[in-house]
Design a protein around this ligand. Structure first.
Ligand SMILES: Cc1ncc(COP(=O)(O)O)c(C=O)c1O
Length: 363
């Protein structure tokens, strides 16, 4: 039998979700709605779709491995050099590249818990050690994260706003934190949902980068830009950090339609504004409904809400999740009585609330 490292043998496989069509067939339902993966319910920009179609006509060619035009456009947007931009097959790939580039066996990576589940997985498969620091009242506990730094710490993940809680740490907290982090450590700000954050105190990581902090920030086209199925995201940092990552990445890591779709999506500011407006209205509606139902939730700076069911029965979350599933409303169960719902279109939000009320009154 082929041998595998104990780090990999010890991983619990991620349970793959079923395609919606398959789930509907199994449950004998139709017209279900998916509010589980924080995608944009409006869909992609029509301009992006047109650009993707155009890209398909040249699909016999390998893509531009350096992503020249997209990197130029991103450099222009952020007022940095193209050498400071890396694009990836989703920001997930950039997270993986960071670990493969910088983690040596036994190095530590500090992260919050709960946070994006990919971080501990990627660090473990990269033979590093995830150091998980519990959230404090649903938010990153940056003071404890700074205290957890050891000579072995190489990376620190700050998911801002955080998935799954939707909460953020603000610019003053981040500035204080960065003062405590030695320059030999790279701080990764995963800002997959930053375009949804409306709090004026949301940190501008680009400013920390300009001031010389050892940081990279990651953005994605999977969320507000509505291109999750294309798989494209990017990171911005100091040129030497990007240079090392470029040595590790596959030469053609992002595909041609994705590069062209992303470029078009970036220029369609009206679609982004509309997506943000619909999200804000949906968030206000859902929060009002949760208030009326007496359910607690964390204040969200994202396109999803983490909420709690009342009562002492720890299995309630799973039960409610399953009952909603049978009504064709797919959300995410986290643990115990905690659930996460993606903010959808108005009629999806109404259907979710109606179904939740029905399910809870059955208790
Ligand atoms: C916090 C966070 N980072 C990164 C990603 C991955 O994004 P991408 O689709 O760009 O790989 C997600 C996706 O859900 C996320 O929640």
């Amino acid at each position: 039998m082929i041998k595998v490292s104990p780090d990999i043998a010890g991983i619990i496989p991620y349970p793959p979700g079923k395609p919606m069509e398959e789930l509907e067939r199994e449950l004998g339902i139709k017209g279900s709605i998916k509010l589980a993966s924080n995608e944009n319910p409006l869909g992609p920009s029509p301009k992006a779709v047109a650009a993707i179609r155009k890209g398909l006509e040249k699909i016999q060619r390998y893509p531009d491995g350096a992503g020249y035009y997209l990197r130029e456009a991103l450099a222009e947007k952020w007022k940095v050099e193209p050498s400071q931009v890396i694009i990836g097959n989703g920001s997930n790939e950039i997270i993986e590249l960071l670990v493969r580039t910088f983690i040596l066996p036994g190095d530590e990576a500090i992260m919050a818990d709960p946070s994006f589940s990919l971080y501990p997985l990627v660090v473990t498969t990269g033979h590093g050690k995830p150091v998980q620091i519990p959230l404090k009242e649903g938010r990153h506990d940056l003071a404890q994260m700074a205290k957890a730094i050891t000579p072995k710490t190489k990376l620190i993940f700050v998911c801002n706003p955080n998935n799954p809680t939707g909460t953020m740490v603000d610019k003053r907290e981040v500035a204080r934190f960065l003062l405590r982090v030695p320059k030999r450590i790279l701080v990764i700000f995963d800002e997959a949902y930053a375009e949804y954050a409306t709090d004026p105190d949301f940190p501008q990581t680009i400013d920390s980068l300009r001031e010389g902090a050892s940081v990279i920030f990651l953005r994605t086209f999977s969320k507000i830009y509505g291109l999750a199925g294309l798989r494209i995201g990017y990171g911005i940092s100091r040129p030497e950090v990007i240079d090392y990552m470029n040595r590790v990445r596959q030469p053609f890591n992002t595909n041609l339609p994705a590069q062209q779709g992303a470029l078009a999506a970036l220029s369609d500011e009206a679609h982004v504004s509309k997506s943000l407006r619909i999200n804000q209205e949906g968030k206000e509606f859902l929060c009002r409904q949760f208030d009326e139902m007496g359910l607690s939730y964390f204040r969200s700076e994202t396109n999803f809400i983490y909420f709690n069911l009342n009562g002492s029965e720890p299995a309630l979350g799973k039960k409610v999740f399953t009952a909603l599933l049978h009504k064709g409303v797919i959300i995410r169960h986290l643990e115990g009585r905690h659930l996460r719902v993606t903010i959808g279109l108005p009629k999806e939000n109404r259907r979710f609330i109606q179904s939740l009320k029905e399910v809870l009154s059955l208790k």
